[in-house]
Structure formats: C-alpha cells, structure tokens
Unconditional design. Structure first.
Length: 134
C-alpha cells in the first residue's frame, strides 16, 4: 500500500520537522513544527495515534493533535494511521480528525476478528504480521 501511494518510490523525499519536544509523547510540536508543515505539501501522511474508534482518531496532547491535523490538511495523498490493537475502540483526550478522513489503519495481529470486521466497513485495515518484522 505504501509503495502504491507514491507514484515513484525511488524519488521519494521524507521530511522531518523540528520543534519543541513534547515531554510525555516525544512528539515535535510548537511554532517551528507548525510552520514546517504549513509551508509544505506532502504526498503521504503517516500518524501514530493514541485512540481510534468508528468516529474519531485521537491523541493524548492538544499540541500533538494540532500538528497532526495540520499535517493532514497539507497532504494531497493518502493519510495513514498506526496504533497497536490495544488502543483500538477507545478515545483519548484530543481529537486528531474523523475516522473517515483516513485512508488506512495499520495495527498489530492482536486485533479481534470482531473489531477487524467492524473497522473494515469504514477504513482499509492492514494487519501487521509480527512474524514478518525484521
């Protein structure tokens, strides 16, 4: 899915923003991070979330939710979200965006069959196989 998201994966450029480092989450936040994303357009957005349900994707801090939302607004291509299966079907403090705005959910193989079936009705779900990780 990732390779297909980019027209030419060989010429892909990855941008990492600077900013203040959030103490609890280690996320880069603040004015410098915001400015970095506002002044750019991405072809792919990958986020790690703290909570996910059928209605919203959430994070633990307000600063992080703002940066993630800004990243999504400045992405013309797919928007992917990753989180471990134990964070599924729960909501944390601050909403990043609505679930239907994400193109794909990546999670681990511990997701229940019930949740997998329910989430596949609203978003493409990719289950990462622990045996295939290097």
């Amino acid at each position: 899915y990732l390779a297909g998201a980019l027209e030419d994966p060989q010429s892909a450029m990855v941008a990492i923003s600077g900013g203040e480092r959030e103490h609890d989450t280690h996320a880069l936040v603040g004015d410098l991070a915001s400015y970095s994303f506002i002044k750019s357009e991405a072809s792919l957005c990958i986020l790690e979330a703290a909570g996910f349900n059928l209605h919203e994707v959430t994070t633990n801090t307000l600063n992080e939710s703002y940066i993630y939302r800004t990243m999504m607004e400045h992405t013309k291509g797919p928007k992917l979200v990753y989180l471990p299966s134990d964070r599924l079907d729960r909501v944390e403090n601050f909403m990043i965006n609505h679930t239907f705005l994400f193109d794909c959910l990546y999670t681990d193989a511990n997701i229940s069959a019930e949740l997998l079936e329910r989430y596949r009705q609203c978003v493409n779900v990719i289950v990462l196989d622990a045996d295939k990780r290097s």
